[in-house]
Write a protein that binds this ligand. Structure first.
Ligand SMILES: NC(=O)c1ccc[n+]([C@@H]2O[C@H](COP(=O)([O-])OP(=O)(O)OC[C@H]3O[C@@H](n4cnc5c(N)ncnc54)[C@H](O)[C@@H]3O)[C@@H](O)[C@H]2O)c1
Length: 430
């Protein structure tokens, strides 16, 4: 069954190794949920017995053919320091001043930490960073994300997954250690989740960001902060540029908690940049869509496409004249990675999204058309879905001229192309 081929039990009260299990007879890929749970349970029992000597609680989490755990009393994967040393030596060999090789970029070997890397945007970012030759660690508690999103990278030698929460200071400290660049995407997201649980939103989105920024100041990491168009609140301007006012509704309406919490993150990031010289780039994402996004937390595109595929009625809240702009996740990831390689972007807030305005009714029509469906649409009040305390934003269109100026590009994939890419991409790689 389980072959503990890479178990290390350095559990003598000092550092503890990450536990890496590989299945000898079949990979996780071929197992169903029940089989995975069984295997984790039996591994947990065995590891728990062995590990009881240090009395530390533990958790195991499956990722493809591996189970990797983040130990709450400290984690150093087996061979970690050797690999760091090897990476460092290789990176030295790429430094122009080391062998005087002109035009070499010694940053090509960065170790990146992606918080929220099991999520929709995070998993696409992880793939891109690995493709670019970086090493990637993911810290994610798999609350709204899904390990299945990481199927494509799980066997990559430069990929590691840590299951843990950004609200756990030890997990964060251990995950940040050794990183050169931090992409901070983990957050409580989704209009519905935020409206349902404002406490979780505030707890997840503020203190952990502060802690991570502090660690980055100490460790000298470059930092990308994922922010959101929600920080503009209900600013009535037709098009929002980065210097525009933030216009929130009253604190009695929980939906503003999300935008406010991200705005505080931005203040913190800019303060650490100004006071301590932290290299930080803040990206304000507008509606990002693409394969792997799920409709469970109120995301409109997956919700519409699912209904259209099944020939069921699409529910539009309010009258459908609300305006949004939809950008494909691959183009958003392009923007993020390019910004992080652009010195002029450091210390800047940048809108990231498409600037093509689409009404929700137009989106519903496009979803039906692209799916080749004969679904109808129906209209409901916001109140019926989000309660009487909900307040919507009528129009959300970014000015992306700053993004274009800094990177020479902006998301521009047409809506129908985005929708058909989502429809034609197998769900969860199956
Ligand atoms: N998708 C969009 O349109 C959009 C728009 C604006 C901003 N954003 C921002 O982009 C980032 C990624 O969003 P997404 O759409 O990929 O959402 P997502 O839910 O797919 O990803 C968020 C990830 O963070 C993880 N996470 C949540 N709480 C955590 C915790 N306490 N500890 C560790 N991990 C935790 C989740 O499990 C998930 O994998 C978020 O910061 C979000 O605010 C997204």
């Amino acid at each position: 069954m389980w072959k503990s081929s890479a178990i290390s039990l350095a559990c003598s009260g000092k550092k503890t190794s990450t536990w890496l299990y590989k299945s000898s007879d079949a990979s996780f890929r071929n197992l169903n949920e029940a089989q995975i749970s069984d295997r984790i349970a039996s591994s947990r029992e065995r590891v728990g017995n062995e590990h009881s000597r240090c009395g530390t609680p533990f958790s195991l989490s499956p990722v493809g053919g591996k189970v990797v755990r983040l130990h709450s009393c400290g984690v150093v994967p087996r061979g970690y320091y050797l690999r760091r040393l090897a990476n460092y030596l290789v990176s030295l060999s790429f430094r122009p001043d080391f062998f005087s090789v002109p035009n070499c970029n010694w940053n090509t070997m960065s170790r990146c930490l992606v918080t929220g890397g099991a999520g929709f945007i995070g998993s696409h970012l992880v793939e891109r960073l690995l493709d670019q030759g970086h090493s990637v660690d993911v810290l994610d508690n798999v609350s709204t994300g899904d390990l299945v999103n990481l199927r494509g990278v799980v066997d990559h030698p430069e990929f590691r997954f840590f299951q843990g929460s950004i609200t756990d200071p030890i997990a964060v400290t251990e995950a940040v250690r050794g990183a050169d660049v931090i992409y901070h995407l983990a957050a409580a997201v989704g209009v519905k989740l935020v409206a349902d649980d404002p406490v979780r939103t505030i707890e997840t989105n503020i203190d952990p960001t502060d802690a991570m920024l502090r660690l980055a100041v100490q460790g000298g990491q470059k930092f990308f902060l994922a922010s959101t168009s929600e920080v503009y609140g209900k600013n009535p301007r037709e098009v929002w540029s980065e210097v525009d006012d933030l216009v929130f509704g009253p604190t009695t309406k929980p939906r503003w908690a999300y935008g406010c919490s991200k705005a505080i993150d931005e203040f913190l990031a800019l303060a650490y940049h100004q006071k301590f010289g932290l290299d930080v780039v803040i990206g304000r994402f507008f509606n990002v869509v693409g394969p792997r996004q799920v409709g469970d937390y109120g995301m409109v595109v997956p919700r519409f496409l699912e209904k259209a595929k099944r020939g069921e009625e699409l529910t539009i809240y309010d009258d459908g004249s609300q305006v949004r702009c939809f950008a494909h996740v691959r183009e958003v990831v392009d923007a993020v990675t390019t910004l992080m390689e652009t010195p002029a972007a450091v210390g800047e807030v940048v809108n990231i999204g498409s600037d093509r305005a689409v009404s929700i009714k137009e989106l519903a029509d496009a979803a039906i058309r692209v799916a080749g469906s004969d679904s109808k649409v129906c209209y409901k009040t916001y109140e019926s879905a989000y309660g009487s305390n909900f307040e919507d934003i009528r129009r959300r269109v970014p000015d992306v001229s700053k993004l274009e100026r800094l990177t020479g590009q902006k998301p521009s994939m047409p809506l129908d192309e985005i929708l058909s890419d989502i429809l034609n991409t197998p769900v969860n790689g199956k």
